[in-house]
Ligand binder design. Structure first.
Ligand code: HEM
Length: 179
């Protein structure tokens, strides 16, 4: 995964739990990278899983909850680092609808080795967006947080219903219904 995924994760841990814990986690996790990440580097996806799993052990916060909080945090980071993608959209639904066909396409141009999920997206009603997530990395909880972060950025509220389509978590459906 790209370094930004790791640098933002460590920043969130520091903000929420303090630097001591970051230090402890990096020492404890015996990571191949040594815990040194640059924004444009590429690192093993397993390191993120290791960091979040160890963080969960330390904090007693369940892994899915941590991934979701991390998704929310990451979206805010995207609004800084990838501002033009956000400015192009005038609502949460317009941004979310463009993730597969536009945003991640542009991300792939910037980083040909990016590991991106696949989304099938449709809008059955004006207030209802459906996002079908597929990824071998099984990061639907992270996606959940990104969707929440996107809604919050546009000052919108919606009910997000998550349906697990494949038991291992590689396919998940999100029904996002605006109030
Ligand atoms: C400005 C908006 C966005 C930008 C710039 C962006 C960019 C990226 C980048 C750089 C990665 C990391 C790729 C890698 O590590 O190799 C990523 C991964 C991911 N993105 Fe996006 N993204 C955006 C919005 C979204 C939204 C709104 C969603 C969810 C609805 C989403 C879902 C994901 C997921 C779940 C991953 C993790 C990889 C996986 O599950 O296989 N992204 N994205």
């Amino acid at each position: 995964m790209k370094g930004i995924v790791f640098t933002e994760l460590l920043e969130m841990i520091e903000e929420k739990f303090g630097y001591e814990l970051v230090d402890h986690l990096l020492q404890d996790s015996s990571l191949q990278s040594g815990g040194i990440y640059t924004a444009i580097g590429t690192y093993d996806h397993a390191e993120m899983v290791t960091l979040v799993t160890n963080l969960s052990k330390q904090t007693k916060v369940p892994v899915p909850e941590l991934l979701r909080a991390y998704g929310q945090y990451m979206f805010t980071a995207f609004t800084r680092s990838y501002r033009p993608f956000v400015d192009r959209a005038d609502s949460a639904f317009s941004l979310l609808s463009s993730v597969q066909q536009y945003i991640h396409v542009e991300v792939r141009k910037l980083y040909p080795d990016a590991e991106l999920p696949h989304f099938t997206i449709d809008q059955p009603a004006e207030n209802h967006l459906r996002m079908h997530y597929t990824s071998e990395r099984k990061l639907a909880d992270f996606a959940h947080g990104l969707i929440e972060g996107c809604l919050a950025t546009f000052g919108e509220t919606a009910t997000i219903t998550k349906t697990i389509l494949v038991e291992d978590g590689s396919q998940v459906l999100f029904d996002i219904v605006k109030e």
